[in-house]
Design a protein around this ligand. Sequence first.
Ligand code: FAD
Length: 443
Amino acid sequence: KKVLIVGGVAGGASAAARLRRLDETAEIILFERDEYISFANCGLPYYIGETIKDRNKLLVQTPEAMKARFNIDVRNNSEVISIDAKNKKVAVKSKTKGTYEESYDYLILSPGGKAIRPNIPGINSEKIFTLRNIPDTDIIKAYVDKKGINHAVVIGGGFIGVEMAENLRDRGLNVTLVEAAPHILAPFDPDMVVMAEKELVENGIGLILGDGVKSFEEIGNQVQIALGSNTKINADIIILAIGVSPDTGFLKESGLAFGPKGHIIVNEKMETNLEGVYAVGDAIEVVDFITKQKTAIALAGPANKQGRIAADNVAGLNATYKGTQGSSILKIFGLTAASTGANERTLQRANMLYQVIYVHPVSHASYYPGAIPMSLKLIFNEEGRVLGAQGIGYDGVDKRIDVIATAIRFNGTVDDLAELELSYAPPFSSAKDPVNMAGFVAQ
Ligand code: FAD
């Protein structure tokens, strides 16, 4: 059995390692366009911010280690430029070996998503950066390290934008975050996200909401950013983080079926419409676990799980992916913001009825030092089934959202949340945990 994998990071590397564990004899070749495989994308902002100091720590696996440990033929600096599904082969452009073909029995695609660069005036300025991989990180870090870089503008208030704003502030820069929507962090509803916005402002981030970028113009050593409202801001460095689009250009002529925004369409076994071809990760369309509608969610956990499932199926097991619920979490200076499942906006769009409750319990027993209130929002339907939750606070938010995420996965109800028996001693929680409290109030 000969298996080719395209993309050597979250989905691709997971698929390769899992497949080797299931099949000792398969020939596995992993193609990665860049130099690095299996690096820690999620750690990149924290390396730029110097919380992670050692660059080597970002490199989780090397091609040599993948070969030694898993006997996987890793070909980095090797871009797959097209696939010929009829004859079951791909064309590869290697930096050192020129262009050649490779045949397959099975093909797993995990090419990920690329940062969106809208076609607006001045977008090609060399002072506008996007962040996806190690080379991007090196370039941004070297730039920030230069003398005279004082003001950064981050465009886009998604996870990467907010993390970059915080990390550049940590490096001592003046930072302005610009978001075109009325609020940052789309997974949260406005009533919750205002706390995150306040935390940014209190930590010295200039926040501009509801104002999109119209154009960029280099003036002297700076770039002037003109916003829709005609506000103008000057920046020494601009980080553009307005989302990702599937990196599937090389597949256009392949015969693969794509969704409306260019994501690869797969079934629950991660199979595409082409025989023997699987796809996973940020490049695919998934089913929303709550609304059951088609969507695309760029997160590392789902990419890893899908990679594993594709490998299981290539190895002859019968594994299925049951949908993405979008559990996510973010550090905003001292604050934690986490969410799982659907928010009000998603449910309204899907025409689903729901109810909402809020609780503001303390993170652990109030008489034990350090107890701080958190805000939890719980969304559920008429039958009490939990549809989503959002939490913001300084301590213990991660645990509560993860407990609720687990309940959602098992189709849990507000009664289940009330009944859950969770670990308790005063330094950690209360006899009625915040998750129980949310269940009580919702019952
Ligand atoms: P990728 O990890 O992007 O890997 C795709 C790889 O395929 C790339 O290396 C690319 O070079 C290669 N490739 C593409 N086309 C070809 C081709 N034709 N031939 C050969 N190789 C090709 N998610 C979270 O859940 N939590 C976080 O905290 C978080 N933080 C993030 C921070 C940053 C800065 C970034 C950029 C992402 C973050 N993510 C986070 C998202 C997460 O990293 C992605 O969801 C995940 O990496 C997707 O995995 P993937 O395998 O689909 O794509």
